[in-house]
Write a protein that binds this ligand. Sequence first.
Ligand code: PLP
Length: 510
Amino acid sequence: MDSKQFKEAAFSSIEEIVKYYDNIEDRPVLSTVEPGYLRKLLPADAPEEGESWADIQKDIEDKIMPGITHWQSPNFLAWFPSSSSFPAMLGEMYSAAFTGAAFNWVCSPAVTELETIVLDWLARGLGLPPCFHSTGPTGGGGVIHGTASEAVATVVVAARDKYLREATAHLGLEGEELEDAIAERRGRLVALAGASAHTATKKAAQIAGVRFRSVPAGPGDGHRLTAAALRDAVATLRARGLEPFYLTATFGTTDTCAVDDMAGIGGVLADDAAAHGREVWVHVDAAYAGAALLCPEHRALMSAAALARFHSFNTNLHKWLLVNFDCSGVWVRDRTLLTRALSVAPLAILANAHTDSGLVTDYRDWQIPFGRRFRSLKVWFVLRSYGLAGLRAHVRRHVALAEGFADRLRGRADLFEIVTGPRFALTVFRVRGKGEEGEGEEQEVRNARTKRVYDEVVEGGKMFLSSTVVGGVFAIRHNPATPMVQEHHVQKHFEVLVEAAEKVLAAEGA
Ligand code: PLP
């Protein structure tokens, strides 16, 4: 493809993409293809000769589209959103044009410098304390990773190495003796997370070769990790000779958007550090709900003062902040803790005066991969196109839509019962019995009924939601935080749910 052909193909692709967005609502939101559908549609071998763009493009609609679930549809309400915007798409396009591995500053200085700047802009916009700014007092700063799971795995490794370095420093050992002491000590390390935290922490512990403990966070506690539960868990581990070294505190859990008791956690771990002489690294995972911190009214559950006691923070800009997947902002209070854990003696081929000067950031040492994409461009385009005020309005609009949805559920208390929320635009609810208020009814009966309503709605294909089980309760999650959702869509979502609930209850009565 030469540049003239590229221009024609790109115009035609953009036209198709715009049409896709304009008419997305007309498509069934959920792909219903059977596993292996695509192998039946594509030849066994790659084409021997190149094909025309027109032939390739045609296959998007015919072969790819059937296997696409339309995450940007206003009827996609499942999990958390993976939001998108045209400025971010343009960022991806330029990034692809300038493509390079960009592991070091010298690879393309703009890639590194723009990333540091936009993450400082965001840190200030989100109200993160100065320790997380690159210009702050503790040598902190931000980096873009692909996903929250990558962020958690990276900080667990940094926390592990910090802890082991400090725990063995007084031994005065070197070489193999030090390695042996570190290996022995590593066997005692435990990474912690609340029971409602994402499985990213368990996976990170597996990667880092340390134990993992889930700390109970039950319905009575609003599904959040409390100070009391954490104190008990830490005491139990210490009584067994184990050493908690890391905790994920969640701001907006995956199931219900619960917020762990940030101030309480800080207090418990300060007491623990005073008693044992070594601090537990606290990482705040705000993968989805972190976007809400742009709005001061959502900062009560995690003040800058509470956050200033912790070590790292992440939020996925690709969830609620209009930056296309993938883009997870990660901030640390001390960047040397990342670089000490993740840098390896550079190969001779990487030697350059800028790295040697110590004056530049080489982001390869802040992450697990070596090469990296120019992701900050799409963040810059989004921040400049919408402004912080536009992004705040975006978050507030979704929060208001969810409030309206919850009000509708409350207005049909004969059919529905809210389990949690609405919190950060997520409402978790279940179906109750018609007119009976549910007294004396077994939980399994309600669970089975809610599941039938859920299946009826998803099979109906008009919208796609996710379900969950919290505290033994089977519940449906409604999260209207995709960019295109409007008030009339939420009304329709509610009507579809009412229709399904009435149908299921009528069938039960028959
Ligand atoms: N943390 C939380 C709270 C989440 O809700 C999720 C996913 O929804 C993740 C982490 C994992 O996100 P990622 O796909 O970016 O690894």
